[in-house]
Design a protein around this ligand. Structure first.
Ligand SMILES: *Cc1c(COP(=O)(O)O)cnc(C)c1O
Length: 368
C-alpha cells in the first residue's frame, strides 16, 4: 500500500484540521510549540521589511547576509564551540558534510539505525562504512579494534536521541571509544536540540561533553518550529566546508528572514526554559501511565514509540485512533526495519495532560 500526503488546512497548537476532520496531532516535531509563536512570527515579518524574501544565491555568491553571521556566532556561543555553519536543513547538512571531510582512505563507524540523511551523506563520501548494532558499544569497540588501523581518518556517527526509537545514545562511552581509537565524533542532535541541556543546546551539553565532540548537527525545523540547520565545528573545518561542501555550494542559501527568526528562537531557549521542562515532565508522566496500563513503549524521551510489529495491524491501530480524533500515523518500513512497524507519538508543549490521558486510555483499550 503506497503512502499519500494529507494536506492540512489549518493548525492551532496541537490541533490540525484537514478537509474532512479535526485531530490532535501526535506526529509533529514542533516539540516546544514554537511554530506559531507570535514573537517569532513578528520577528519574521519585521525581517522581511529589511531583507529580501529569498537569499537570491548560494552563500559564496550573493546569498550571504550579515544576519547569517550573527546567527552563526550565536549558535557557536550557545553550543560552546569554536564555530558553527548554517545549512538550509538538517538534510542538507548531513548529505553534504561527509563528502567534504572524509573519502576513500577513511572509515565511518555508524549506528545501525542512523537517519537516512546521514546514511546518504556517508555513502556519497566514498568512505568505508561500518555499522554497529544499535547502541551496542561492545560491538562498536570490537569493530574499532578490528578495522580502525587500516584507515587514515575515522569518524563515529550517531544520533543523540534516535528519532524512531526515542532512546538516547551512551554519549560518555562513545567519547571514551573515540579517544581510545583516535576517531572524530559526529553527533546528530536533531531531536534533542532545544529540549535537552542546561541551555537547551542538546544532550551533549546536558552531559557536559561539548569539548569531546568534534561535530554536532542541530536543526531549527524541529524543536525551534522554523526551518534551517547548523553544524558546529572548528573554524578551519568551517572554511573547508564553505569551499567544498556541495549542499552548501550548489543550493540557494537559507532566506535571511529565517536566519533572523532562528536567532530569536535561540534567545527563547534562554528566556523560556519552561517549555522544554514542561515537555520532558509530560513525557515522563505519559510513559509511566502507559506502562501502568500495560502498553509497552520504547526509549526514554518525548518521542514515545509503540512497536506493533506487522504493518497492517499498525495501520489498523492508527485508523482506530484516528476515528477517536488522534492523529498518530503509522511508521513502517523503510522508515523502520521490517517487522517493527510502530506508532511514534511525539509530545509537544501544546499537548494538555487531558489529551494525553485520553490517548493513554484509547491505547490501553485498543485490542491490537
Ligand atoms: C529530521 C532529521 C534530520 C533532517 O533535518 P531537517 O532540518 O528536517 O532536514 C536529520 N537527522 C535526523 C536524525 C532527523 O530526525
Amino acid at each position: 500500500m503506497s503512502r499519500v500526503c494529507r494536506p492540512i488546512q489549518h493548525r492551532n497548537g496541537s490541533t490540525i484540521v484537514f478537509q474532512d476532520n479535526t485531530y490532535i496531532d501526535f506526529s509533529s516535531n514542533d516539540y516546544l510549540g514554537l511554530s506559531q509563536d507570535p514573537v517569532l512570527i513578528d520577528t519574521f515579518t519585521q525581517a522581511l521589511h529589511k531583507y529580501p524574501l529569498g537569499s537570491t544565491g548560494s552563500r559564496l555568491l550573493s546569498g550571504d547576509y550579515d544576519i547569517c553571521h550573527t546567527l552563526e556566532d550565536a549558535i557557536a556561543q550557545l553550543m560552546n564551540t569554536e564555530d558553527a555553519l548554517l545549512f538550509n536543513s538538517g538534510y542538507h547538512a548531513n548529505t553534504g558534510f561527509f563528502r567534504a571531510i572524509v573519502g576513500k582512505q577513511d572509515v565511518v563507524f555508524a549506528d545501525k539505525l542512523i537517519h537516512a540523511s546521514l546514511l546518504d551523506g556517508i555513502i556519497l563520501s566514498g568512505a568505508k562504512l561500518i555499522r554497529y548494532k544499535h547502541q551496542n558499544m561492545t560491538h562498536l569497540a570490537q569493530l574499532l579494534r578490528t578495522h580502525r588501523q587500516a584507515f587514515s581518518n575515522a569518524l563515529i556517527v550517531t544520533e543523540s536521541l534516535f528519532s524512531m526509537d526515542g532512546d538516547i545514545a551512551p554519549l560518555q562511552e562513545l567519547v571514551a571509544l573515540k579517544n581510545t581509537y583516535h576517531c572524530d565524533l559526529y553527533i546528530d542532535e536533531a531531536h534533542a536540540f532545544g529540549l535537552y541541556g542546561h541551555q537547551g543546546a542538546g544532550l551533549v551539553e546536558e552531559e557536559n561533553l561539548t569539548h569531546e565532540v568534534t561535530y554536532m548537527m542541530g536543526t531549527f525545523g524541529k524543536a525551534l518550529g522554523s526551518y534551517g540547520a547548523f553544524l558546529t565545528c572548528s573554524s578551519a573545518t568551517k572554511k573547508r566546508l564553505i569551499n567544498q561542501c556541495r549542499s552548501l555550494l550548489y543550493s540557494t542559501a537559507l532566506p535571511p528572514a529565517f536566519a533572523a527568526v532562528n536567532l530569536k528562537g535561540l534567545s527563547l531557549l534562554q528566556t523560556e526554559p519552561h517549555r522544554r521542562q514542561s515537555v520532558r515532565k509530560q513525557a515522563l508522566t505519559f510513559r509511566q501511565e502507559l506502562t501502568k496500563k500495560g502498553v509497552s513503549v520504547l526509549g526514554q524521551s518525548h518521542i514515545v514509540p509503540i512497536v506493533i510489529g506487522d504493518t497492517s495491524s499498525t495501520i489498523r491501530l492508527a485508523n482506530s485512533l484516528r476515528a477517536l480524533g488522534f492523529w498518530c500515523p503509522p511508521i513502517r518500513p523503510p522508515s523502520v526495519p521490517e517487522g517493527t512497524s510502530r506508532l511514534r507519538l511525539s509530545l509537544t508543549y501544546h499537548h494538555t495532560s487531558h489529551q494525553l490521558c485520553d490517548l493513554t486510555k484509547a491505547l490501553a483499550d485498543s485490542t491490537i
